[in-house]
Write a protein that binds this ligand. Sequence first.
Ligand code: ZN
Length: 162
Amino acid sequence: MTDTSTDDEREQVSVPSEIEFPRLLDFYDLQTADQTQIHEFYDNLRAGQLTTTRCTDCEAIHFPPRIVCPECTGDALEYVDLPHDGELFAFSAVRGGLPLGLREHEVPYVVGVVDLGPVRLSGRIDDAAYSDLEIGDSVSLKIVDIDGPTDEDRVFYRFEPQ
Ligand SMILES: [Zn+2]
């Protein structure tokens, strides 16, 4: 595991605090135990560790985290740590078509699929222009705090070039 930003050092991204249809425009998950059964994923991420679920029956590792194993339909799942470093498997630039209200996203920005070994997951690639990147580039986890429109401490993951 590489050094991951602590709470104090994390960048904060903003969702508008006053929007007409918050659940349409705020696409970040609600993250507490009474809102989602995968709250442990967010608890771990908030603490600085990217995790996902592993089935203790068939040993399949899933991403995103599940509450039932899609391979064997068992529900004996445990959270396991994922590497924080990976390789860029695919990427593209977002140049327009953003949901209304996403002032924070100044286009263009890059989204990619990152191969972490056990899983591949998609995410935003920060601090890089499309023309700077190549498939196979090394990227690292970046955890950001999500500001508004709820009062909860929410986080999400991104990646950045190493
Ligand atoms: Zn299973």
